[in-house]
Design a protein around this ligand. Structure first.
Ligand code: FES
Length: 113
């Protein structure tokens, strides 16, 4: 399967996401923690802005509105890269650093950042 490079801003973290693998899992396999909770496309804890690229979803209707999709918001827990990606995920961090940092409280729904 092809893999697509993913650049995570603003930290400048990079990893490859294999086609068919959720971006969140590809990041985790590369030692990068992205915010998440349900991991099934409903809670929106992982919601982040896609600055470049394209994704497809492994579920029929991820928890995003049509407007949010058009604005570039994605749910990495269920989104598969279909091209090189650049995403904005301010809370992304290498897993070792994420373990050393206290969790940040975030709303489970309606969170855009
Ligand atoms: S982790 Fe819940 S929607 Fe992605």
């Amino acid at each position: 399967m092809p893999a697509f490079p993913v650049l995570v801003q603003p930290a400048g973290l990079r990893f490859d996401a294999e086609a068919g693998t959720p971006v969140l899992l590809a990041a985790q396999a590369a030692g990068i923690k992205l915010p998440s909770s349900c991991r099934n496309g409903t809670c929106r804890a992982c919601m982040c802005l896609m600055l470049e690229g394209s994704v497809a979803y492994g579920i029929e209707w991820p928890g995003l509105s049509r407007d949010e999709k058009e604005e570039g918001w994605i749910l990495p827990c269920v989104a598969h890269a279909t091209s090189a990606l650049e995403i904005q995920a301010p809370l992304a961090a290498p897993i070792e650093a994420a373990l050393a940092t206290p969790a940040v409280a975030r709303p489970l729904t309606g969170a855009r950042r």
